[in-house]
Write a protein that binds this ligand. Sequence first.
Ligand SMILES: Nc1ncnc2c1ncn2[C@@H]1O[C@H](COP(=O)(O)OP(=O)(O)OP(=O)(O)O)[C@@H](O)[C@H]1O
Ligand SMILES: [Mg+2]
Ligand SMILES: [Zn+2]
Length: 329
Amino acid sequence: MMDEKAIMSEALREIEQRRNRAKAQNIARFEEIERNIPEISEINSQLAKTGMKIISVIREGKNVSERIERLKTENLGAQQMISKLLRSHGYPEDYLKMRYSCNKCEDKGFVDNSRCSCLTRLIAQITAREMNKNSQIKLCSFNTFDLSLCHGIDESSTEQCRKTMSMIFKFCKNYADNFSLSSGNIFMFGKTGLGKTHLSLSIANEVLTKGYNVLYDSVLNYLDSIEKEHFGRDSSGNDTLNRLLSADLLILDDLGTEYDKQFYISTMYTVINTRLNRSLPTIITTNLSHEQMLKKYDDRIISRLYAMYETLEFAGRDVRLTKRQMEKR
Ligand SMILES: Nc1ncnc2c1ncn2[C@@H]1O[C@H](COP(=O)(O)OP(=O)(O)OP(=O)(O)O)[C@@H](O)[C@H]1O
Ligand SMILES: [Mg+2]
Ligand SMILES: [Zn+2]
């Protein structure tokens, strides 16, 4: 995991690249126009001379403001002329303007010495990318989800199982397609091997490509990092808890596999509760049964999960087993 400083310099490098790209694209558009509309390059060189003229007017010191005003009017006229020529050749009027990724800071990353929102966003994205590096996030997508792999516990229940799984699939796909910061929370229930991780990672992939910062990992890994940072056994300066509390979308996989430690339970409560208070979407998966959930977590967590999360109950027979049996045949 990169530390904060390395992430910052990576972000600034990316912003510099955006700025250079904007410049290069602008130069390319100028060259294209010079080729296609030679009149414009003539006007442009006139415009370039205006600056020199203004300087000599100031040097001469006679009727300065009046003459500068006149030059400015000429200048404006020339610019309007360019717009008109562009339009008549089928280009948009502002074709020669710089086009930045971020107009607020013109791809500098800062406005009046404070961080531009584009830089903040980029830092969050790089952080998410780094944190997700070790997970199998790339392997799972909606495209590789196959309903024919879903079977009932016995053959007579296969049809019902596919109906359920098809509804869950559609719900998840729809959630990913329409994701926004005001999307709801999802609680995925069900026995092992039914596709909970697969579908939650599919959502993560799609939401990541929309440019949101998505954190995905198992509850176990997160709690481990948070514990080490909390008790000072990790000096990297990382603040995993804070990142979990502020990610655009947080996916906590495999709730219930952690030990019953007071620190773990209270950390989970903080994460769930704070994100609800901030209205930030969270997805949690577990293969605990309802009874096991009730036994393991106190009412504060249970009531929040059951009341504030959309519950999806996965059904059927372990797909890992089905796949293995198919390979043997
Ligand atoms: N309908 C499906 N189509 C294709 N692959 C599937 C499907 N369902 C599950 N899989 C695959 O089967 C394996 C097990 O699924 P997954 O890891 O998502 O299960 P899970 O519900 O998260 O189980 P656990 O509770 O043990 O974590 C994965 O390799 C996953 O890609
Ligand atoms: Mg899983
Ligand atoms: Zn910006």
